[in-house]
Design a binder for this molecule. Structure first.
Ligand code: FES
Ligand SMILES: [Fe+2]
Length: 375
């Protein structure tokens, strides 16, 4: 057991969020969306920390990230979410091409300098890189490549992307708690019996007490856990279900949960779908969770198998929604406690290691020049 490394004030004071925007969200690589969602001829408004972005693919199909601010007189160009057609400013209707260069300007004679050198008035652009289907943006001009930043998670995201072919479910919902409290909740299974005794505790093949989960906390920022499926359940799955539903790109015999610091989690059971959650700090006490469940392609599937997969996906959608509601309710209670808490939390050995690991990663980013915290 040890004391938590963060102070309750860091979960409730607006200054803490302002510091996080500058020291964490502006300097790390942040997940902003999936490549297959990004159709040609559309653009997407995304909030990254305190910065509003537009993501769109250029003529080569490469995703690019632009500041969501018009070069004319600073109007925000679009709201969050997907928009069809080119970027068009709602104020005076300037339009921008796929490279973020002004393409259409009403009454152009009034802007001779812009017309003479449109590129000089392009939208501010940020570093944007992909791994498989995952698009990431870094706001700061300097920093590591995406591959270096992700370390071992690069290969995980690449493998996970292999069979991805569409969205089963997507929602955005506010949780009334600080983003760190919401992420910490996702990093431990200690709360499962109390909070999810009607949901997670009843998942077939995932009953507790079979094999211990394996934490991976070697990377300074990211962490993951693999929880093996029950061996006898897997044998039945192999015999009765697998021959019907066919095979898929990346199959593994466990439940896995990855945190890609600071605010992306990717989870999957066996690899036949992936649950991707982005935790956006909308205010110091509000986290907007953007949740996507992604399907993968199957080969060698029988018609009965196709129905089974449909059923599995429908169940996973309602399961995700119920688990989300349970976590949202407990996170709200945690935030209410944090509003008047005076001491650091206590963190359990072995069962809350990833919470501590997250707090160390957080401190490392918030105090980049200080030595690592004692273990
Ligand atoms: S502010 Fe965008 S066109 Fe005028
Ligand atoms: Fe939970």
């Amino acid at each position: 057991m040890c004391n938590g490394l963060l102070n309750p004030a860091q979960y409730r004071e607006p200054q803490a969020l302002a510091d996080e925007h500058a020291l964490i969200f502006a300097r790390t690589w942040n997940f902003v969306g999936l490549l297959f969602e990004q159709e040609a001829g559309q653009h997407r408004g995304v909030k990254l920390g305190a910065t509003s972005l537009i993501i769109q693919c250029d003529k080569q199909g490469r995703p690019r990230a632009f500041l969501n601010v018009c070069s004319h007189r600073h109007a925000q160009l679009c709201e969050q979410g997907v928009h069809r057609g080119p970027i068009r400013c709602p104020y005076h209707s300037w339009t921008y091409d796929r490279e973020g260069i002004p393409a259409g300007i009403p009454q152009p004679q009034a802007f001779p300098e812009v017309i003479a050198d449109k590129s000089a008035h392009r939208l501010k652009e940020f570093a944007c890189e992909t791994v498989g289907q995952f698009i990431f943006v870094r706001l700061s001009t300097d920093g590591p490549s995406l591959r270096d930043y992700l370390g071992p998670e690069y290969d995980f995201l690449l493998h996970a992307s292999a069979g991805m072919n569409g969205l089963i479910d997507e929602f955005r919902q506010d949780v009334h708690a600080n983003w760190k409290a919401v992420i910490e909740n996702s990093l431990e299974g200690y709360h499962v019996p109390a909070v999810h005794n009607q949901t997670f505790m009843k998942v077939e093949g995932m009953e507790r007490g079979h094999q211990a989960p394996v934490d991976t906390v070697q990377h300074p920022l990211h962490s993951s856990i693999d929880h093996p499926a029950a061996a006898d359940w897997l044998v039945t799955f192999e015999r009765k279900i697998a021959p019907k539903i066919g095979s898929w790109a990346w199959r593994f015999p466990h439940y896995t949960h990855h945190l890609i610091f600071p605010n992306l989690t990717v989870t999957s059971f066996l690899g036949y779908s992936f649950h991707i959650q982005r935790f956006e700090p909308s205010a110091v006490g509000i986290t907007t969770v953007h949740s996507r469940t992604v399907s993968v392609g199957f080969t060698g599937q029988s018609p009965v198998g196709a129905k089974m997969v449909e059923q599995i996906y429908a169940e996973s959608k309602s399961f995700t929604e119920r688990v989300f509601a349970e976590d949202a309710a407990i996170c709200r209670a945690v935030q209410q406690g944090l509003e008047c808490a005076e001491r650091p939390a206590v963190i359990g050995n072995g069962i809350e290691d990833r919470v501590l690991h997250f707090q160390r990663a957080y401190q490392r980013c918030m105090n980049p020049t200080s030595p690592p915290p004692p273990t």
